[in-house]
Design a binder for this molecule. Sequence first.
Ligand code: CU
Length: 663
Amino acid sequence: MKPIIFSRPMTQVIPMLAGIIAMAGLLLASCQARRSSEAGAINAQEAAQRVYVAPGKYDEFYAFMSGGYSGQVSVYGLPSGRLFKIIPVFSQNPENGYGYSEETKPLLMTSYGFIPWDDAHHPELSQTNGVPDGRWLFINANNTPRVARIDLKTFETVETIEIPNSAGNHSSPFVTENTEYVVAGTRFSVPTPQQDVPIDSYKKNFKGVLSFIKVEPSGDMDLAFQVIMPGFDYDLAHAGKGKSKDWVFFTCYNSEEAHTLLEVNASQKDKDFVAAINWKKAEAYIQQGKYHQMPGTYYDNRFDTSTQTARSFVHKGVKVLIPAECPGLVYLIPAPKSPHGVDVDPSGNYIVANGKLNADLSVFSFDKMQQAIQQKQFDGEVNGIPVLKFDATLAGIVKSGGLGPLHTEFDDKGNAYTTFFISSEVVKWKLGTWQVEDRQPTFYSPGHLMIPGGDSRKPWGKYLVALNKITKDRYLPTGPELCQSAQLFDISGDKMKLLLDFPTVGEPHYAQAIPASILMPQSDKIYSLANNRNPYVTKTEKEARVVRNGRRIDVYMTEIRSHFVPDNIEGIHLGDTVYFHLTNLEQDWDAAHGFAVEGNRDNAELLLMPGQTKTLKWVPQRVGVFPFYCTDFCSALHQEMQGYIRVSAPAEQVALSWSTGKE
Ligand SMILES: [Cu+2]
């Protein structure tokens, strides 16, 4: 591999420390001023009617919320705000045994080994022609960089892929218009490839890597290539759509390439950048062989729905492109004051990049950007990447009057909605006129916001959800640790109307929503027992058995209302490892069974849906007779659904035996 040498970037330096301190003060002031618990809400009766979903009725939208540091995704109904399900993704989940069952443990495997807990940020629905299509939901692991894919027929995680040469996988996972790629950018630049170097050699050795993960028509993900960028922090991303569909836009801050006290040192320059990458050109460069092979070991873990079992595939090496060698691949658009979100309007022309230390919003035009590229309206370069002239790409500035703009989504009437973290509000403004149309306070300090389809070509512009970072005084207090919160606004009229507060699980960084009419008809009700190809399936009670192979015991066990077969097992000795392979024989929707065995210190429990097979590993710790039982209240005789396993000392002569209830 050729050595990669980057030169130092150059931009005007304006100290911003005073500004940051002033804004921090304003944050406190805004929280104080907005203590009124009902400000912004419409009349309570009217609001209640708008969000009330009567017993037996369905919500209009599914909303998928990131669990933040819980590592999971939670599924809510809108407008009710009712929680339906937690989908475990990057963390073990005792509720259903995800990451504890042998079938799902591989989904949490990485090049570092098994990682039981991560930080999940941005759910992203798959799209067809720029419209959410209901096939899959992607979400990123921020800490140990990964992207997961959830199948929206089963609401289960079916793939996790690790991203090498990345760290703090924050600008991830955003899809291109037909889900050709999921993109993932590194927040932290790191030595690339990783090596033992002094941290103060940051400017020389640290790079920012942007990854393009190819999504096959089957949904399977493969790391296609990476682009080696300057050592900035890459914060968020969005793909273009329509005319801009061949491009992906990443915000970056810390163009100062500071490596200490970033609070001050990464806020020196007046402008950072939006990096615009032409992925079609990247594909062409890869085809022409203009890539380098970079080392990097990463795991791709795939859940096979027929065997109901995940497998890990270990890959080594990745193709990387160096912008200086690939003309037309990357351009930098100067964006004021440490931009955070980068959001593309439904037409694909307007690119909104919000300087999080700013009051105004900068909106760039894709058409003007193309023109500036044609006319070579450059303002220098960084490491061989042309910097476009700010004025040549700017479409307009929204004089917001707010502070700390973060994220923007769009409705279907030409309006944009931006969250302001510091001034704690959502501001509605008009695309093209750049005029503010409305503003509503949020309680408090919103990060992302979400409109169903609001980052796509087809927003369903009826509701807006603000995802708030601070909830003090909004709910009954629960000690120092409080829930996080979302707030639902009606945006169908000229003015936004606050309808509902509802708590969320973990930190709801981002969310996406889709009409229920798309997902409901395709939702699986059972797993077909006939099609169950798990190698440890037991399809009938007659096949239930216990098999010893050296010190390994395999228990092939069935569950059906309201008994286990076998139910009593003897002839297990200390030093054995027992694998309980449970199959739920039911074929009715919602006829679940569980399984727990006493003293399982390494693994939790299992929850099995009809037709499912799952395996729980149990290493006996003591001599004795230990019960196991069904943990899901499955029938009137659920409390009778039990069995015993006898564990003997190694020297005891106890033959392996099991009972099938036919004594
Ligand atoms: Cu049961």
